[in-house]
Design a protein around this ligand. Structure first.
Ligand code: NI
Length: 258
């Protein structure tokens, strides 16, 4: 079997979870066919760490932003620092940002304010947004539409909606990213979503260290497991893994302008 050419569009490689063995983690991923990684900041400190890691590894790029869980920390000083980091070399996206009304770890008005500010930043710097959305699809899609996501482009990370929501995301010009949950025994609407998304609007991700695919649940996720998720999506679509993987990598490169 030929090794697929995969792009992990959403990883948190700079998180402390990988501090002890990142070189080995990256080596396993490269061995499994992952040739590019986007490592995603979730606040000022982790955005700085993401930029530093991307400066060190030639196949790692960075996204900088404040996660909805950390939205209470997104004061003016934090947003100014994110804006400064956004122009660092190898920063190709803004986020992750969005709304999470499932865990509600930050007040909803703070989440909306931080999301709006980062959408405006994405427009100013001309980079796509990495969007986190849980139990807030109507509110998230409304803000994306009103804040000009069509101009910047964006990616709906770890897509968790149904076919109707997928269609609305596609109408806004978004790319949909599937993660480990598509491999679970109870995947909800995700198989149907995996089949309906046009080939030029689909990517995959691990969201590591979170969301390991079936077979690794309860453990730390790592980018080498991306092949499991990609293989599941290829099987659902009835496409050869190598072809789909190459196509999804092209989609990610086009969105991030690599
Ligand atoms: Ni994430």
């Amino acid at each position: 079997m030929t090794t697929p050419n995969l792009f992990d569009t959403h990883a948190h490689l700079h998180f402390p979870d990988f501090a002890g063995d990142l070189d080995a983690v990256l080596a396993r991923a490269r061995q499994a066919g992952v040739s590019r990684f986007l490592t995603i900041g979730t606040d000022v400190a982790t955005s700085r760490a993401a930029v530093a890691l991307a400066a060190r590894e030639p196949d790692v790029w960075a996204s900088v932003g404040v996660h909805p869980h950390d939205a209470a920390s997104a004061d003016d000083a934090a947003l100014e620092e994110i804006e400064r980091l956004a122009s660092a070399p190898r920063v190709v996206a803004i986020g992750e940002t969005g709304l999470d009304f499932f865990r509600d770890l930050a007040p909803r008005d703070a989440q909306e304010r931080a999301f709006r500010a980062q959408l405006a930043l994405a427009r100013r710097v001309g980079k796509p947004v990495v969007v986190h959305c849980r139990n807030a699809h109507d509110e998230t899609l409304a803000l994306l539409a009103s804040e000009g996501v069509r101009e910047t482009g964006g990616i709906m990370h770890c897509f968790s909606g149904d076919v109707g929501i997928a269609r609305r995301c596609l109408d806004l010009g978004l790319v949909l990213s599937l993660a480990g949950p598509v491999t679970y025994p109870k995947p909800g609407a995700l198989p149907e979503v995996a089949r309906m998304v046009p080939a030029d609007r689909l990517v995959v991700e691990t969201d590591c260290p979170f969301l390991p695919p079936q077979g690794f649940r309860g453990k730390r996720n790592e980018p080498a497991h991306l092949a499991i998720t990609a293989a599941r999506v290829a099987a659902l679509r009835g496409e050869p893994l190598a072809d789909l993987a190459a196509r999804m990598s092209e989609n990610a490169c086009a969105l991030f302008r690599l």
